[in-house]
Write a protein that binds this ligand. Structure first.
Ligand code: ADP
Ligand code: MG
Length: 339
């Protein structure tokens, strides 16, 4: 074991800042997720993502949401500056927005170059912010209503971080999958993903089945059944559409796509009962609605891990909703023939 310095020293602020920023933004995928969450929080109905060079060269998210008023735009990339929480500590326990820490734009500006152009529909002129590290400049410009945020040259000044990045192709796969999850859970919106100038994914407003078509194609979307129960909505695949992996089981909690807790995956499988061959996984897109106080999104930096106060209860609701959806369809009920 290498001997470490024994004295305790306080990190220089610029080092402490980079480490903290690295918790929020450690790869291009994080930037895409944070910018998409901001656009959703801003009430956007049209979200367009552009990625170049696996996201290291450029991530750009354009939205038609509320925009940032000229009066507060200079705070957008300031750490812990947020419009989504009241400054009372208790408020942090009852968030309904996807963001709330006021760190994403700040972290993006530490890890790369941030360029933001924004205009609320009610204001005539737009604002432009350039931020990199501590340097922030704000100027006036003109732009359509909404916000465009570009983050370029990610980690250019952090060779160690650059070395640990996935290949551009691998990062693009993850970004495409993330985008797909957003489309599946927010099929009511317009979405577009462009990778190195080539359109990878587009979706125009539809229901969940339509989103399955956009993400997985019509062969899959023709084989799903609607789930429509209290607090649980979406689709599940007919029993004949199965996969060996659970990679198409998608859950959201109050609009946020989350990593599926094993308990909920299990509840879905139980909902199928005998209909599903052993070891097989269905496709499902399930949107869960829980009271904000039953859900703590604050457990994970990327907020993807879900902490539900009453997981067994939610799991039971999921199981019943899935079983009900399957029972309502005579075709689905015919068990696979035993041969
Ligand atoms: P948080 O989302 O946790 O508040 P961010 O650093 O992601 O922190 O964003 C800081 C603030 O900038 C947000 O609270 C919001 O007021 C504003 N903002 C960021 N992105 C957008 C956007 N796309 N549309 C409107 N406002 C935005
Ligand atoms: Mg945010």
């Amino acid at each position: 074991m290498p001997t470490l310095t024994r004295t305790i020293a306080i990190l220089p602020p610029e080092v402490a800042r980079l480490i903290a920023a690295g918790e929020v933004v450690s790869r291009p995928l994080d930037v895409v997720r944070e910018l998409l969450e901001n656009a959703l929080d801003a009430g956007a109905t049209r979200l367009e993502v552009e990625v170049e060079g696996g996201g290291l060269r450029l991530v750009r998210v354009r939205d038609n949401g509320s925009g940032i008023p000229a009066e507060s735009v200079s705070l957008a990339a300031v750490r812990h500056a947020t419009s989504k929480l009241s400054p009372k500590p208790a408020a942090a326990l009852h968030v309904t927005t996807l963001g709330f820490r006021g760190e994403a734009l700040w972290a993006a500006a530490q890890a790369g170059q941030l360029h933001l152009v924004t205009r609320p529909a009610s204001q005539v002129g737009a604002s432009e912010v350039l931020a990199h590290g501590d340097e922030v400049t704000v100027s006036r410009t003109s732009a359509p209503a909404g916000t465009t945020v570009s983050v370029s040259n990610l980690f250019a000044a952090l060779p160690a971080r650059l070395r640990t990045q996935a290949s551009p192709a691998a990062e693009v796969r993850e970004i495409t999958a993330l985008m797909g999850r957003y489309v599946l859970h927010h099929p009511e919106l317009h979405w577009r993903l462009t990778v190195d100038g080539e359109v990878r994914l587009t979706h125009a407003p539809a229901d969940t089945r339509g989103a399955v078509a956009s993400v997985y194609g019509p062969l899959s979307s023709n084989r799903v059944l609607n789930v429509d129960a209290v607090g649980v909505s979406g689709v599940v695949s007919r029993p004949e559409l199965t996969r060996a992996r659970r990679d198409r089981m998608h859950f959201s909690v109050n609009g946020r796509p989350v990593l599926a807790p094993p308990e909920l995956e299990k509840a879905v499988l139980e909902g199928y009962g005998e209909l599903l061959p052993a070891g097989a996984a269905p496709l499902c897109v399930l949107n869960l609605t829980v009271a904000p106080e039953d859900h703590n999104p604050n457990v994970h930096p990327a907020k993807q891990v879900v902490a539900l106060a009453d997981l067994p209860d939610v799991a039971a609701r999921v199981r019943e909703a899935v079983a009900e959806a399957l029972a309502a369809h005579p075709l689905a009920r015919a068990a696979p023939a035993l041969i």
